[in-house]
Design a protein around this ligand. Sequence first.
Ligand SMILES: [Zn+2]
Length: 255
Amino acid sequence: MLTTPLAVPCLHRVHSGHPMGSHRVHHSIGMSAEITDICRKLENLNREANALEFPDRSVLVTFDDGWVDSVQFVDLFKSLTKLQPVLFLTINQLKGDTSLLPLPRLYAWCESHSLDISSIPTLGITREELKSLPENSQHAVLDSLNIPRVTNSSEILQSEEIAILIDAGWVIGSHAHDHHDLRFDDLNELEKGLREALDETTNAGGTPWLAWPEGRCSVELCEIASKVGFTRQFSLNVEAGIIEFPSLIHREIWS
Ligand SMILES: [Zn+2]
């Protein structure tokens, strides 16, 4: 495991005080945080890095799933010079797809019906089951429940916004070829998918870093990603547990 003396945060969505609309459901599962709170934590992290005399842009701050919310931090990162923002995007997002991933699609539907996530099992599905299926299969399950697809979501980064982040010095990494728990996939298929994810990421000017979808991986998966050419990998402590792998960085969700 790569030891990082400071926490490596993982951020998804941010809201400004009162989680409204689709933020309400995300907030309830710890995936939408209050923006001033996050800004304060980032300033503290930068201060700690200063005190430790870390080089500029050496402390990573990561953003998963391509939420447009990340644009709100562009100016802040310009002044917090010890921090390096990293945006992890799926292959589809790198190609300009701005549709909601299956679980956010489900949360958007919950929101439109004023339901919270405890209602999801009454639909005959669970979040955990969905996470274990490939994206297409997750979408098919939601289709069968007449939950509408959300294409062209204004809540997902558009290509022009990704370009703004790149111009501002953000690093682009891969969030894999398919957003689901990849631990139970056929290993040959996985290798093929990761290879494609790496190619798309580097072709888009990104860096060969991989954030495992759902933050979940295993030593065997890390070995495959490393063999494919990813030089750093990122998990989530709460999801993967502590897995020891030389180029794996454990992150914590800030919520
Ligand atoms: Zn994700």
